[in-house]
Write a protein that binds this ligand. Structure first.
Ligand code: ADP
Ligand code: MG
Length: 620
């Protein structure tokens, strides 16, 4: 029988290898930027078009390549970084496999311009799908520029598999931030479709973190430092009160390389024990320096997971160093998460107009008179009306019910016991009771209906109402907006800004008016009429947190997620006292919704209790 095994031609082998190295535009960014760092660059520019699908260009001022190397670098297993197997255990560079450029050149149109410092002329090469198109000498500045165009042009299946520009750009920004954070001494810039997203001058670590994640980050950071034989630990952790809802600001760097480690993450969470609200995530930016021979980077093709010789010791060191820092910077005792509601201004009182204090003087008062009942009664009335005008009877009456839950509810404060009892059964009140809604446990709105009673979950109902309203605004009808007297400036990280830019048209249709959008902040001059100024930052931050982890693919599902997120942040919460008008508005608006029975998150909004049900309970 004849032999059938053949060696694959290089370009086919390269295409297969490319599958491992290049999953998406962000993988190209990572490889090219890492090469620039290995080449000793101090200035690296990244230029992308259409989230890297059309163009990814990396320009560095590093050492450049000779004419021969410029051609050789595209060969598989061509590397200047290791020579022998032992070198693998003493790595000081990011790359070492010699695979990246061969892989990238197999699946894109690549243009390389490179010049070494001491040379007169540099080289200009064009290579497409592993085929050399041209190589000629050229007048160039010192350093290297790689342009990668039309990624996956010869593998349509992979190209179609790419996600929306928003998603791919987010991946690029993630990679960019990781290398930028690991190398504060290098000037990085990132341009996307002509606009500058990041410009990070050479600085120290702290300043770099602040430049990447906006100005307000500075006050959140607590320095960490520990020097042991196994590891030299430096960096920063976030104060617990600034913990976020997502894990977007958690970074480990080992010997300047970004890595992921569930185990070390656990060590950090252990250090924060008792300091975080449920489910919230602390920020951390930790730099670990370990002897290169004590780690193995080779276990993961894209090298974000590594193996440590002594993981347990690292765990213990990390945990205690962070605990120590949190304690030393006095952030540990911040435990006051649950505010005492009794200290808040009563809800009703806030909405009251200021009344002129009434001063009643009892002209007949005689301190020497006998201690008779009527005189005593008058005095009480004088003092109480001075501080609190007698409440309107409705409130007194209503208080009997609402106050059931907690006799010390602030809004139920009563000083005039006599008036209350006397007005309790006035005819008008009993009449009103037939149609009124009641709130119980600051959670449910109860309303009598023909067949019995309706119990509405206030939070879920309000979510449904807001959700439908936002969705309508975003998809059909532009909402009106309220002009802010003083425009609000909000700071965001580049990643968050990328997402906001994508959401801008939808946000505008809900009533937001944005004045400027620059590389680190947005200025907001108008907000939806349904929103208060103090809610803006919460709504936007939650929106970003909700959409950041899982960016929806289609534009409809994006609008849907946005409406859900905003409805969630703005809905009245369980535990909020509602006035009668507010209760009625929730009931009426809920039943004007297209879908009334479930919240946008598919939870029931109300239940009914029929008279028969109630009868049954009494029939025992
Ligand atoms: P690796 O980085 O694993 O060595 P690559 O395929 O990424 O493999 O690069 C191959 C070689 O090309 C590198 O070893 C380096 O010598 C050279 N090279 C790549 N990019 C640059 C650059 N920006 N400046 C100088 N030399 C570079
Ligand atoms: Mg490389």
């Amino acid at each position: 029988m004849s032999s059938i095994i053949q060696l694959l031609p290089d370009h086919v082998a390269n295409q297969i290898a490319a599958g491992e190295v290049v999953q998406r535009p962000a993988s190209v960014v990572k490889e090219l930027v890492e090469n620039a760092i290995d080449a000793g660059a101090t200035d690296i520019k990244l230029i992308c078009k259409d989230a890297g699908k059309t163009l990814i260009q990396v320009i560095d001022n590093g050492k450049g390549m000779s004419v021969t190397d410029a051609r050789l670098c595209f060969e598989r297993h061509a590397t200047s970084k290791i020579r022998k197997a032992e070198d693998l255990f003493d790595l000081h560079t990011k790359g070492f496999r010699g695979e990246a450029l061969a892989s990238i050149a197999a699946i894109a149109h690549v243009e390389l311009k490179t010049k070494q410092d001491q040379e007169e002329l540099g080289s200009h090469l064009i290579i497409e799908g592993s085929k050399f198109v041209s190589q000629e000498p050229s007048v160039l500045p010192k350093g290297t520029s790689f342009s990668v165009k039309n990624l996956f042009f010869n593998i349509p299946a992979r190209r179609n598999f790419l996600k929306s520009d928003t998603v791919e750009l987010k991946h690029i920004i993630d990679e960019f931030q990781r290398v930028a954070l690991a190398h504060a001494n290098i000037h990085f810039t990132l341009y996307h479709n002509g606009s500058e997203l990041f410009n990070l001058p050479q600085s120290n670590f702290r300043q770099r973190i602040v430049n990447v994640f906006s100005g307000k980050t500075n006050e959140k950071l607590v320095p960490v430092s520990e020097d042991t034989e196994i590891v030299k630990l430096t960096g920063f952790v976030g104060k617990p009160e600034f913990a976020k809802k997502n894990r977007g600001e958690q970074f480990f760097f080992v010997n300047d390389r970004f890595i992921k480690s569930g185990y070390l993450h656990h060590a950090i969470m252990a250090a924060y024990e008792g300091l975080l609200k449920d489910g919230s995530q602390p920020s951390y930016f930790l730099y670990l320096e370990v002897p290169p021979h004590t780690i193995d980077i080779n276990i993961h093709p894209t090298k974000t997971e590594i193996k440590f010789d002594d993981e347990h010791a690292l765990y213990a060191i990390l945990r205690s160093a962070i605990k120590h820092s949190l304690g030393q910077f006095n952030v540990a005792p911040v435990l006051d998460f649950e505010r005492d509601a009794n200290l808040d201004t009563p809800y009703d009182y806030l909405n009251k107009s200021a009344d002129m204090p009434l001063i009643q003087v009892d002209a007949t008062f005689n301190p020497f008179a006998a201690d008779d009942v009527s005189a005593k009664k008058e005095t009480t009335s004088v003092s109480s009306s001075f501080s609190f005008k007698p409440k309107k009877e409705t409130q007194s009456w209503e208080s009997l019910y609402v106050g059931l839950k907690d006799a010390f509810e602030p809004q139920e404060m009563q000083f005039e016991s006599e008036t209350v009892t006397s007005s309790l059964f006035s005819d008008s009140e009993v009449e009103k009771a037939k149609t009124a809604t009641y709130q119980i446990h600051k959670k449910y709105i109860v309303s009598p209906i023909k067949s019995g009673m309706l119990i509405i979950d206030q939070q879920r109902a309000h979510q449904r109402i807001l959700y439908e309203q936002f969705l309508k605004n975003i998809t059909v009808l532009q909402a009106s907006s309220q002009q802010l007297l003083f425009p609000l400036t909000m700071y965001f990280s580049g990643n968050e800004l990328g997402l906001l830019t994508e959401l801008k048209p939808s946000l505008e249709s809900t009533g937001f008016v944005f004045d400027t959008f620059n590389s680190e902040s947005v200025v907001i001059s108008g907000i939806p009429v349904t929103m208060t100024e103090s809610e803006v930052s919460i709504v936007l931050e939650e929106l970003i947190a909700d959409l950041q982890d899982e960016i929806p693919e289609s534009s409809f599902s994006q609008m849907d997620s946005m409406a859900k997120s905003m409805a969630k942040s703005m809905a009245v919460k369980t535990g909020t006292y509602l006035t009668e008008t507010e209760q009625e508005s929730i009931v009426n608006n809920l039943f004007a919704c297209k879908e009334q029975s479930v919240s946008p998150f598919n939870k029931p909004t109300f239940i009914t209790l029929s008279v028969e049900d109630i009868d049954k309970k009494f029939s025992i």
